[in-house]
Design a protein around this ligand. Structure first.
Ligand code: HEM
Ligand SMILES: [Cu+2]
Length: 579
């Protein structure tokens, strides 16, 4: 088992090293300072084709790699979600068996949080933060590449169970039986990996999974350090802190949270691995017990929630004003509320533990902070609404997505305040109410702002325009799907349906079917998005004028668009030169 793992890790490292060596060899400009990019411009010699993507150090290329990787992982996690909801169409566990169901919600949760959201936002940050702050590239281009290339192996480790099973069956069909490949089954321990279950489960894939998760944490931390250093040290001279755009503020705060939260996750995972394999008792009763695990996990886990929503808030605050023709209302308040959320998010972890029997006095103070953290979130909502007020709203696809996202966020946020109140939590803990609440927020705000950003920046990213009508249709379908999928869950939860069950009493059938219908609508929306992106990449009309959204009119033609304009002009110059 361990030999197999070490071998795999060795291959991965060798590939990364080889990639960097090729990169170094093909780089026409030696970097004597060990990879710290100085001087202007990043137009050092680029390789072509596949080699270019494998060896690139350009923040824009790496940003795109992150985004593509995250989308692929998100599709995989989304398929899990569709499979979960398909199972729940009928009361008995008849579509997939109970074990498969448990594996599905485990891999769905983990994949969405660690391999979809974080990489996509890191990718957007990689592409745009340097442009927005006027930096030539990220502070450490090489670390940037390494951080990205750790992700594909961590995805494989985390999801190895399914991959190895398919591989094993293919080999078996060819007459070759590899026992080791059959030994790995997808983990079924929930994304929170609560002890003692996660320690006692024999499945060796759990160890591979924990290592993969650890690896993704290392990658995320490296990326975060790079983003913080970039904003602090690589800003152009004319970009003071007061001029820093709202998205970069959000990214700096997110990265700061990562630096404090992910090391805790890493340590916890190592302790878990030690308990599983080397007889330690960190999380067994003679040692710290399962409660210690939960404290450590949620000390990481709650900030993680904000790690993934802060960039979404940042994108809303950045994009919304562009289509309203007004500056963001109360810019400084939005910045301060971002920072406040960042700090407070470390003080609320025990609201995930209200029902574990911790001291009621401690519990009450966690309730107070949990309710208090709603204030800076509400500040943001009020600022968005004030921005919309008196604005000339243009109903483009990005705006429809943002409006849908804000509305869903309001519902999800308000239901969260109830959840933060101990008496309510005692009632609905572990029910579908919780699933409904966090999906309204996670689904409503994260993919929605990603879709909005993908349309808003599509011309800049690809030089082409997308199909606007199709995009608006997609926005409406996805928003409707979001409400239809997750509002019924709130009701199911209040009626007492527990989460994580593959089967349920027939009385809950109707609402479950409605919820599944909503999920399929979201799935259809994603397919439409993929189609639109693929088609527009091929045949979308070329963008000639960088001011696609008439931003000059309202004095919001920000740095990334100015960069795009320069680039279009350079292209044009080159073309004319050719004639
Ligand atoms: C079409 C979209 C989605 C659907 C239909 C969906 C559906 C579900 C369902 C039915 C569960 C299982 C609940 C249970 O039995 O406890 C679940 C769990 C979960 N989902 Fe989603 N989901 C979607 C999108 C997302 C997104 C975008 C994220 C994160 C950004 C996410 C994160 C999670 C997490 C963390 C869990 C917890 C797993 C657990 O209970 O251990 N989901 N989802
Ligand atoms: Cu929390």
């Amino acid at each position: 088992m361990w030999g197999y793992l070490l071998g795999l890790a060795g291959v991965v490292l060798a590939l990364v090293a080889a990639g960097l060596a090729v990169r170094r060899a093909s780089s026409s400009r030696p970097m004597a300072d060990g990879g710290f990019l100085t001087g202007r411009g990043t137009s050092y010699g680029k390789a072509f084709g596949v080699a270019r993507w494998l060896t690139t150090l350009d923040h824009k290329d790496i940003g795109l790699l992150y985004i593509v990787f995250g989308v692929v992982a998100g599709l995989w996690g989304g398929i899990d979600a569709m499979m979960i909801r398909t199972e729940l169409v009928t009361p008995p566990a008849d579509v997939w068996d109970v074990e498969t169901y448990n594996e599905l919600f485990t891999t769905h949760g983990i994949t969405m949080l660690f391999l979809f959201v974080t990489p996509v936002f890191t990718g957007i940050a990689n592409y745009f933060v340097p442009l927005l702050v006027g930096a030539d590239d990220m502070a450490f281009p090489r670390i940037n590449a390494i951080a990205f290339w750790l992700l594909p192996p961590s995805l494989l480790f985390i999801r190895a169970g399914l991959v190895t099973e398919v591989l094993a069956k293919v080999l078996q069909a060819g007459g070759l039986v590899v026992e080791a490949l059959f030994a790995l089954e997808p983990p079924a321990i929930g994304w929170t990996m609560y002890t003692p279950m996660s320690i006692e489960v024999g499945n060796p894939q759990v160890d591979v999974f924990l290592l993969g998760l650890h690896l993704s944490g290392v990658a995320t931390t490296m990326g975060a350090i790079n983003l913080v250093v970039t904003v602090f040290t690589e800003r152009a001279e004319d970009v003071e802190w007061a001029d820093l755009d709202i998205f970069s503020w959000a990214i700096v705060t997110m990265s700061g949270l990562i630096l404090f939260a992910f090391p805790i996750l890493g340590s916890t995972l190592v302790m878990l691995l030690l308990d599983r394999n080397f007889g330690t008792t960190f999380f067994l009763s003679p040692g710290g017990g399962p409660l210690l695990y939960q404290h450590l996990f949620w000390f990481f886990g709650h900030p993680e929630v904000y790690i993934i929503v802060l960039p979404a808030f940042g994108l809303i605050s950045l994009i919304l004003p562009k289509f309203v023709g007004r500056r963001l209302f109360g810019f400084t308040f939005v910045v301060y509320s971002t920072l406040a959320i960042g700090v407070l998010s470390f003080g609320v972890w025990a609201h995930h533990m209200f029902t574990t029997g911790i001291d009621p006095r401690i519990r009450a103070s966690f309730m107070a902070v949990s309710v208090a953290i709603a204030v800076p979130s509400a500040v943001k909502v009020f600022n968005w609404l004030a921005t919309l007020w008196y604005g000339r709203i243009r109903l483009t696809a990005p705006v429809i997505f943002l409006l849908g996202g804000i509305s869903i966020f309001i519902v999800g946020g308000v239901t969260g305040v109830f959840l933060a109140s101990i008496p309510v939590d005692l009632l609905v803990h572990g029910t579908y109410y919780v699933v409904g609440h966090f999906h309204l927020i996670l689904m409503g705000i994260i993919p929605f702002t990603m879709f909005a950003a993908s349309y808003y920046w599509f011309p800049l990213l690809t030089g082409r325009m997308y199909n606007r009508r199709l995009a608006r249709v997609q926005a409406v379908v996805t928003i409707v799907g979001g409400f239809v999928a997750f509002l019924p869950m709130m009701v199911l939860g209040m009626e007492g349906l527990p989460r994580r069950y593959a089967q349920y009493p027939p009385g809950f059938t109707f609402l479950n079917q409605v919820s599944t219908l909503g999920a399929y609508l979201i799935g259809a929306g994603v397919v439409v998005w993929l189609y639109n992106v693929a088609q527009s990449l091929r045949v979308g009309p070329r963008v000639e004028d960088a001011d696609v959204w008439d931003l000059k009119e309202t004095d919001q033609f920000s740095r990334e668009w100015q960069w795009f304009e320069r680039r279009l002009e350079e292209r044009r110059g080159e073309l004319e030169g050719d004639d």
